[in-house]
Design a protein around this ligand. Structure first.
Ligand SMILES: [Zn+2]
Length: 239
């Protein structure tokens, strides 16, 4: 069955760096991918004289090139980069996107991750985006009485089946990306203003090797996943 996949991330390139190999495989299998970008990545420059409009235009063009490799559609919400908060307004905007796209699978950041590799602090926008995505998923996206204005706009409640989160310190699902690794690097490098070919390749090879290590996979992406139950009580009761 052709599945609808929705990625929900703060910045251009987040989906590709975290799950690019998995997304390439899903695209190859014929699944439909929609990429929701909460911000335009307007802080993605180290040049203080780089005008905001120029940064946004550059990053949008890069995102469109990356999305083309996934046959994906891009949705942007236009929030400001660098200061993202998991507000009710963001939750409402994400519920609207989820009810419109009606995905089987949502891919997002694990909002519980503060640190990575003992070397860096996770971007607060990533935690905020992950938290907002999860709070949209339960219960608002499937409950008509939450955000009734969305119902008035014609967006019917929807049940998402699976959530794939990363990067994560608590993986439970591994995808072998060995055969699409070169394509993943090409996908990431479409974001040329952020990722020079080297050291991008070396960095993501290391991440993929480490992710695959405990499962004996040469190069992997790892995720923390949820198979969302229709009823929480029934799921806990095991029925
Ligand atoms: Zn990011």
């Amino acid at each position: 069955m052709r599945k609808q996949v929705l990625t929900v991330f703060a910045h251009p390139d987040d989906a590709e760096t975290m799950a690019g190999g998995t997304l390439l495989k899903w695209a190859r299998e014929g699944h439909a991918i929609t990429m929701c970008l909460i911000t335009d990545g307007d802080k993605g420059t180290s040049d203080p004289n780089d005008p905001r409009e120029a940064v946004v235009a550059r990053r949008r063009a890069e995102q469109e090139r990356a999305a083309a490799r996934l046959n994906a559609t891009v949705v942007t919400l236009g929030y400001e980069d660098g200061v993202l908060q998991p507000t009710l307004g963001l939750r409402r905007d994400l519920v609207r996107v989820m009810r419109r796209v009606r995905p089987h699978v949502v891919v997002a950041n694990d909002p519980t991750v503060w640190f990575r590799h003992g070397q860096y602090i996770n971007h607060p926008d990533h935690r905020a985006a992950g938290q907002a995505a999860i709070e949209a998923l339960y219960p608002a996206v499937k409950k008509a009485s939450i955000f009734p204005e969305l119902l008035a706009e014609g967006y019917q409640p929807h049940v998402v089946e699976e959530v794939w989160l990363g990067p994560t310190g608590e993986p439970d699902t591994w995808v072998d990306i060995t055969d699409v690794f070169d394509e993943k690097i090409a996908l990431i490098c479409e974001h040329a203003s952020q990722f020079p070919p080297e050291p991008t390749r070396a960095a993501f090879a290391r991440i993929a090797r480490e992710a695959g290590q405990e499962r004996g996979i040469q190069l992997a992406e790892s995720f923390r996943t949820l198979r969302l139950a229709a009823s929480t009580v029934r799921a806990i009761a095991g029925s």
